[in-house]
Ligand binder design. Structure first.
Ligand code: FES
Length: 312
């Protein structure tokens, strides 16, 4: 947690290409990453991907019912294996030269269906996968500690509102490509001001609001994009799962908003959040280092103290 002394936040953390590169091994490949929901991955052959800057993850439900995560990179020549969310896959096949793996990540065929020769068995790179309530997380680090160790704040927010995470389903996932740095997006979404305050930041890149009265949870997930001045701003809405409904009985409403697309009201997403994200398209990154007082900006100080430890 934060020290009582003010800390200096380097401006380069918000607008420097080198920082984006450093965050790949130091942050995204060592952190539990929210990928999707169990409602996206209820049936064998359901698959979802989520890219965090240079760290692309996919999670698939296998024929045996098990969730598995893989790096979303073809081991042949590096093409992405999956874009978006899909159902009904019985294999994972790269579009480029059709190398093909089964849903457990074992190579089945190489160039355009050619058989795998002995010694050529190149599996997909596995990721750790764990779930909490309806949320599915992946971790690139084979030595990662349990997901539960990193979820204290999320658990406190949801359970503190009187909600049972196991009684929730994912209603929608809305994604917007916007500008700026993932940190400034979460900073803004958790700030008190004209933007809807989402309460406690969940380290490092989530902000969560739980509404005990409505029984809903809104999660903002900010992800670095591959260029330094772009980021993905995603909003997941969780709602009570109707009695008798199992994961997968009703697919979440997935929407990727382009520049002037209207936000469908059925998503249940607060329009002010999307307006905030769109207003970040051309932000000016800070040019001066910032002195942050933990009494005034505890969330910000906690994040950067955490980053200091990762980037030491
Ligand atoms: S890059 Fe994937 S099969 Fe060649």
């Amino acid at each position: 947690m934060a020290d009582t002394a003010a800390i200096t936040i380097p401006a380069r953390r918000y607008g420097d290409r080198q920082t984006v590169l450093e965050e790949d091994p130091q942050v995204w490949r060592r952190t539990w990453l929210l990928v999707a929901s169990t409602d996206h991955l209820a049936h064998p052959g359901d698959v979802v991907e989520a890219r965090y800057g240079l760290a692309p993850a996919l999670v698939v439900r296998g024929d045996d019912g098990r969730l598995r995560g893989f790096e979303n990179v073809c081991p042949h020549q590096g093409a992405p294996l999956c874009l978006g969310a899909h159902t009904g896959w019985d294999q994972i096949q790269c579009n480029n030269h059709q190398w093909t793996w089964d849903l457990a990540g074992r190579l089945q065929a190489v160039d355009f269906g050619a058989p795998v020769e002995p010694g050529q068995e190149i599996p997909l790179q596995p990721l750790a996968v764990e779930t909490w309530g309806p949320l599915v997380f992946a971790n690139f680090d084979p030595g990662a500690g349990p997901l539960a160790d990193d979820l204290a704040a999320l658990r406190a927010t949801v359970e503190g509102a009187g909600l049972d995470p196991d009684g929730l389903r994912c209603r929608s996932l809305v994604q917007v490509l916007t500008g700026g740095n993932w940190k400034s997006l979460v900073d803004g979404a958790t700030a008190v001001g004209p933007v809807p305050e989402l309460g406690t930041r969940q380290l490092p890149n989530l902000a969560v609001r739980a509404d005990g009265g409505a029984g809903t949870v809104t999660i903002v997930r900010a992800r670095p994009y591959v260029s330094v001045d772009r980021a993905m701003f995603d909003v997941l809405v969780l709602e009570p799962r109707p009695a008798g409904q199992a994961p997968g009985d009703q697919r979440p409403l997935d929407v990727t908003l382009k520049k002037d697309d209207e936000l469908p009201t059925e998503t249940g997403v607060d329009p002010d959040l999307i307006a905030f994200a769109r207003a970040q398209l051309t932000p000016a990154p800070p040019t001066d280092d910032l002195l942050a007082d933990p009494d005034e900006r505890p969330e910000l100080v906690a994040l950067h103290t955490w980053l200091d430890e990762r980037q030491r």
